[in-house]
Ligand binder design. Structure first.
Ligand code: PXP
Length: 240
């Protein structure tokens, strides 16, 4: 059964847009878990555009299931991650001007930083360290060589595919990536742009996926249907 982790960043985006104290991502995280999520994901960005340090500390205290801390290799954020000790730390590329994470890590280009950060995370007690990578064999092999025990396959190109042929082609690329990761002894996660409609082909094509991280589709539905319904619907799709 695939684990469903819900990303609550967008609740923080809405709160911060009005410089308000609500809606509270911490409250949202509790509701997500109550509705069947196996855990919660957040990305503490260097610019703190959605999740804040206050949120991070409260997630660490209140989340009952798995906690996935997404982060760049920025030393201040790495310090915070080591301090709170999530179950899973997912290293992602981060550019200030991007609207959302735009692609996987270039593992080789970041190897020096990763070689510093990954052992620090393990030393702090983080059991799973994941690298967010595109489904490209070189990136997957490079990820395995860093000592990370997990990868999150970037599903953005699959989600953005517009024709049926393109969807199938991208799903096959993800399947090959998952196979390569599994053979290299890595645990396989996936995320970015997965939604209520594109999940079925993904699930039926891509093997070895232990966990998915889904945010935008769920929060978009939550605005119209309520968070409880949106999470339950997604859990129904993922755990079908
Ligand atoms: N995984 C990673 C590494 C991400 O950066 C994001 C986006 O914050 C997601 C998963 C979730 O993507 P989405 O919000 O499109 O479901």
């Amino acid at each position: 059964m695939i684990n469903l982790l819900i990303n609550v960043d967008h609740v923080g985006t809405l709160r911060n847009a009005r410089q308000e104290t609500f809606p509270d991502p911490v409250h949202a995280a509790a509701l997500c878990e109550q509705a069947g999520a196996d855990g919660i994901v957040f990305h503490l960005r260097e610019d703190r555009r959605h999740i804040t340090e206050r949120d991070v500390h409260l997630f660490a205290e209140t989340v009952q299931g798995k906690l996935d801390f997404e982060l760049s290799t920025d030393p201040d954020v790495v310090d915070i991650c080591c301090d709170v000790g999530p179950d899973l730390a997912t290293l992602v590329p981060e550019r200030r001007e991007e609207v959302t994470t735009e692609g996987g890590l270039d593992v080789e280009a970041n190897r020096d930083r990763l070689d510093t950060v990954i052992p620090r995370l393990y030393d702090a007690g983080v059991e799973q360290v994941s690298l967010f990578v595109d489904p490209v064999p070189e990136q997957i092999h490079a990820a395995a060589a860093t000592g990370a025990n997990t990868i999150e396959l970037h599903t953005g190109d699959y989600a953005n595919a517009t024709t049926e042929a393109e969807c199938h082609r991208e799903a096959e690329r993800l399947a090959d990536g998952a196979e390569a990761a599994h053979s290299a002894g890595l645990r396989v996660h996936a995320g970015h742009g997965l939604d209520y409609n594109n999940f079925a082909l993904f699930r039926n094509t891509v093997p070895h996926v232990a966990e998915v991280s889904i945010g935008f589709a769920v929060m978009a539905r939550a605005i119209l249907s309520g968070l409880d319904t949106a999470v339950r619907d997604m859990a129904g799709v993922v755990k079908h």
